[in-house]
Design a protein around this ligand. Structure first.
Ligand SMILES: CC(C)(COP(=O)(O)OP(=O)(O)OC[C@H]1O[C@@H](n2cnc3c(N)ncnc32)[C@H](O)[C@@H]1OP(=O)(O)O)[C@@H](O)C(=O)NCCC(=O)NCCS
Length: 192
């Protein structure tokens, strides 16, 4: 018999925190559990992960870490880059397609709004075009396809208009799944 899993049953409710020094081991272990494909899609190549992870706390970027069941399941970063404030997300393979990536992007957008940023930039591989749909929930997109990679600018809406998503999501608004996590995140963000 086919195992029917509805969308809502599959969602997890990660808690989100800004990265702190004591998280680095868990984040590193999570990254080590990721497949080469996931690493490639996040970094568009292969990098020296330990060096990259060590740089997260020493450079001027904000990293939001997602946790579920006491385990690190992904992280997202908001970093200065040549094209503006860059957003990038990584979710561990076995936690993908359970809502963690959406919650992380929502977390990054919330940080950006608190900083009164109006633009975010993301580089998205052509095969990850579905990510444009997620980003498009937060404002108008400017998209250019260059050598198999979308260069995406998100014009963040200050007061996003609610849209009629069948799953109850509002365009750019914090949804039920992430609101608890975001309340927790806000206290970390404001204390930074
Ligand atoms: C891209 C990534 C962050 C998405 O995270 P996730 O937790 O799997 O995403 P979610 O479960 O929140 O899904 C968000 C939406 O994307 C869709 N989606 C996720 N993975 C998908 C895939 N491989 N193919 C098509 N759609 C996909 C989901 O169906 C969902 O759509 P909906 O909200 O309209 O229902 C994750 O797959 C990942 O870390 N991939 C490797 C690194 C990467 O590609 N990073 C992005 C570039 S920086």
């Amino acid at each position: 018999m086919t195992d029917v899993i509805t969308k809502s049953q599959r969602l997890v409710h990660p808690s989100l925190h800004t990265l702190e020094a004591q998280d680095l081991l868990a984040v590193g272990a999570m990254a080590a559990r990721c497949s080469r494909e996931t690493i490639y899609h996040r970094f568009h190549g292969f990098i020296d992960l330990p060096t990259y992870l060590a740089s997260l706390l020493t450079t001027d970027q904000t990293t939001i870490v997602a946790w579920s069941q006491g385990c690190c399941v992904g992280f997202a970063s908001l970093a200065g880059g040549p094209q503006g404030h860059e957003v990038a997300v990584l979710v561990e393979d076995r936690w993908q397609r359970h809502g963690v990536g959406s919650a992380l992007i929502e977390g990054v957008v919330e940080v950006a709004r608190q900083r009164h940023l109006s633009l975010l930039h993301a580089d998205v591989l052509h095969e990850d075009a579905f990510s444009l749909r997620i980003l498009g929930r937060y404002g108008r997109l400017e998209v250019a396809l260059d050598y198999g990679c979308y260069s995406v600018v998100v014009h963040l809406e200050e007061n996003p208009a609610p849209t009629d998503h069948s799953d109850g999501r509002a365009n750019g608004a914090i949804n039920g799944r992430a609101s608890g996590a975001m309340a927790e995140l806000s206290s970390h963000v404001w204390s930074n």
